[in-house]
Design a protein. Structure first.
Length: 73
């Protein structure tokens, strides 16, 4: 009987708490959100070289894309 008296309020409170935190959009933790950074210039150059080595792009396409990346930075 005692167990039933303890479980009933708990079974009611737990879903209510889940709904409440969802409605309020509570976030627990540090609260800092950082945007994902794009690939670095070095990584872009590595990826470009890999595309050239695999035959996905030609040597002239590689040179054009490399020049474009280097001009941006």
């Amino acid at each position: 009987m005692l167990m039933k008296n303890v479980l009933t309020p708990l079974l009611i409170a737990l879903p209510a708490l889940c709904l409440l935190t969802g409605c309020l959009n509570l976030s627990l933790g540090s609260g800092s959100h950082t945007a994902a950074a794009g690939p670095t210039l070095g990584q872009q150059l590595i990826d470009l070289q890999a595309a050239r080595n695999s035959g996905a792009i030609s040597a002239s396409e590689y040179e054009a894309q490399k020049a474009r990346l280097l001009q941006k930075n």
